[in-house]
Design a protein around this ligand. Structure first.
Ligand code: 5GP
Ligand code: ZN
Length: 121
């Protein structure tokens, strides 16, 4: 998969290593890193390397990529220290657009978990 990036996007810069991050996982099509401002004991972001602004741009052609990303979440969540389901578990959140609470316009999934209480969420 060729990768289109936006030179003004902070998450594209994180993928390229131009902005440092605490990496959780990387392969040829996705990247995961710890959120700089965590809401929960475990809080990382999973993003496609392709610059897609949000879920609002997702169509059928993205389904295989999104499926592979979603399939990665349980493994990464356990790797980063969430407690096992069902007593543990995690939240998977995607803010979309201004009214959806999105601040960074590169598609990302928040994966949050760990013992409560959390700061937010
Ligand atoms: P949104 O509000 O768009 O769903 O979430 C954006 C998330 O990106 C926020 O939780 C914020 O803390 C995180 N974030 C913003 N800038 C950076 C950064 O430079 N590095 C890291 N690791 N996270 C960031
Ligand atoms: Zn981007």
């Amino acid at each position: 998969m060729s990768v289109a990036q936006d030179p003004d996007c902070i998450f594209c810069k994180i993928i390229q290593g131009k902005i440092p991050s605490r990496k959780v996982f990387e392969d040829d099509e996705m990247f995961a890193f710890h959120d700089i401002n965590p809401w929960a004991p475990v809080h990382f972001l999973l993003i496609p390397k392709w610059h897609i602004p949000s879920m609002a741009q997702i169509t059928e052609e993205h389904a295989p990529l999104l499926g592979r990303m979603m399939a990665k979440v349980p493994q990464l969540a356990l790797q980063e220290g969430v407690n096992p389901y069902p007593q543990g578990g995690f939240r998977l959140v995607t803010n979309t657009g201004a009214e959806g609470g999105q601040e960074v316009h590169h598609l990302h999934w928040h994966v949050m978990g760990g013992p409560r209480p959390w700061l937010r969420g």
